[in-house]
Design a protein around this ligand. Structure first.
Ligand code: ADP
Length: 191
């Protein structure tokens, strides 16, 4: 049973590490960004609501995001634990997540921060833009996303640190290296 949140700036590698940890821990990786992008691609009502925010690199309004996560966490596969990638991102979302978990008598066990230097992140995102063609990986939008992270999400590091839940790992290095740092931060054996 693992209830885990991954924190870190855009480009830090949360999505990649969330999937690897998901295999390792046997709990689903839930990425709000992936869910939003899938809805945009499918042209659902949610997709139409969130598209302009995604393209601008701005956060989707909390009410929309919170509702979406509440529904996702109510799915049976999340009952035994989860890895949240990209949520919570605001202090309002932190409170909402607390409420969602309290409703089912659960609580968060770990918050892992993947830390990385801004210049390296901008380089990675520019590379991903070429590889994946994401609409929010243009240079201007990348800058906006970094700024929004610094203003709205970076303060969560302190919030979770005050609760004694936070561990921070260095996000520089190759993918398996970062995975082993995360695994040891969770107190598991690196194999
Ligand atoms: P990255 O980590 O590279 O910024 P994500 O895939 O996690 O990318 O998120 C992409 C976009 O999806 C964000 O810029 C934002 O518009 C939206 N989004 C994802 N998660 C949230 C959230 N928790 N609250 C508000 N908006 C979100």
């Amino acid at each position: 049973m693992t209830r885990l949140v991954l924190l870190g700036p855009p480009g830090a590698g949360k999505g990649t590490q969330a999937k690897l940890l998901s295999d390792r821990l046997g709990v689903p990786a839930i990425s709000t960004g992936d869910i939003f992008r899938a809805n945009v691609a499918e042209g659902t009502e949610l997709g139409r609501t969130v598209q302009e925010y995604l393209n601008a690199g701005k956060y989707v309004p909390d009410a929309v995001t919170n509702q979406m996560v509440r529904e996702r966490l109510a799915q049976p596969d999340a009952a035994e634990g989860f890895i949240l990638d990209g949520y919570p991102r605001t202090t309002d979302q932190v409170r909402e997540l607390d409420d969602m978990l309290a409703d089912v008598g659960a609580k968060l066990e770990h918050v892992l921060e993947i830390a990385a230097d801004t210049d390296e992140l901008v380089r990675r995102l520019a590379k991903r833009a070429v590889e994946q063609g994401r609409s929010d990986d243009t240079e201007e939008v990348i800058r906006t996303r970094q700024q929004v992270y610094a203003e709205q999400t970076a303060p969560l590091v302190e919030v979770y640190s005050d609760r004694g839940l936070l561990r921070s790992v260095d996000g520089l290095g190759d993918i398996p290296e970062v995975t082993s740092r995360l695994v040891s931060a969770l107190g598991l054996q690196t194999a």
